[in-house]
Design a protein around this ligand. Structure first.
Ligand SMILES: [Mg+2]
Ligand SMILES: [Zn+2]
Length: 268
């Protein structure tokens, strides 16, 4: 392992569009979606939309087919495979849902690259209807973060990840306003990769002093690949320098220790 954890947002980071909007638009439910949007939180609306699509006779197969044609920049998959091959621990942190993400990652052949997918639950119920539930059940418990939507605070999830990894560098990639809260949790050993001209980038630019992590922006999939691979290889070679220095020190110490030391001379 490289000692690096790479955390990817999903919508507009791994894939090039928003998966919720993509499914709704492709299945012809945009008008209803826009009509209901002011009446409930986004995550609850997606559950409602899946119910509406089910009533209109749209099947899980129809949803899967739409998900499999999701647009993705051609360099994103090679970037993910390269990070994995370099020994990084890859994770997804997304406000989409498990059904969409698992379907897309499996279809792209990169599900195995990720050790963990943190997102809203998404599953097919006994009626064959897709259910989308909140990550945090906000009806019984509030996460208490005013930067984040009620169903998910990505910062809270980053804190959980930080508590379980030891002495590792995090590289976080994201585009949305929901990626701002987790960027504030990163330390000076970490890297934040905001997508240029997207909401998280704008929030970071406005509050530059609040971030401890080093910021490296990216524009598209090609840029993402270049910046990510560069950060990983630089971090790995820096770690090697530290390791080699330690080995050198141990070696010298042992060499000295094994020499016969002259007896101390006591001056009366
Ligand atoms: Mg996003
Ligand atoms: Zn938050």
């Amino acid at each position: 392992m490289s000692g690096i954890v790479v955390i990817f947002d999903f919508d507009k980071t791994i894939i090039d569009i928003d998966s919720d909007n993509w499914v709704v638009d492709e299945l012809g439910a945009t008008d209803l979606f826009n009509q209901l949007l002011p009446t409930m939180p986004w995550n609850s609306l997606m559950d409602k939309m899946m119910e509406e699509l089910h009533l209109q006779g749209k099947s899980i197969k129809d949803i899967e087919e739409v998900l499999k044609r999701v647009p993705i920049h051609p360099r994103v998959i090679p970037a993910i495979k390269a990070a994995y091959a370099l020994g990084c621990d890859l994770r997804v942190l997304s406000d989409a849902n498990m059904f969409y993400i698992e379907t897309i990652l499996k279809h792209l052949g990169i599900r195995e690259c990720f050790s963990e997918v943190n997102t809203n639950p998404g599953f097919v119920d006994e009626e064959g209807k897709l259910r989308i539930l909140p990550y945090h059940d906000f009806h019984t418990f509030s996460h208490g973060c005013n930067l984040c939507p009620p169903n998910m605070c990505k910062g809270k999830i980053i804190e959980r990840i930080q508590a379980t990894i030891e002495k590792k560098n995090i590289i976080y990639l994201g585009d949305g306003a929901g990626d701002y809260c987790p960027s504030l949790k990163l330390t000076k050993e970490d890297y934040m990769m905001p997508r240029k001209d997207f909401p998280v980038w704008e929030l970071i630019c406005k509050n530059r002093g609040l971030l401890q992590a080093e910021v490296h922006e990216w524009v598209d999939g090609e840029d993402l690949e270049r910046v990510l691979v560069q950060l990983i290889t630089t971090t790995i070679s820096m770690d090697e320098v530290v390791d080699n220095t330690n080995q050198l020190f141990d070696y010298k110490f042992e060499t000295i220790a094994h020499k016969v030391l002259p007896k101390p001379v006591y001056v009366p």
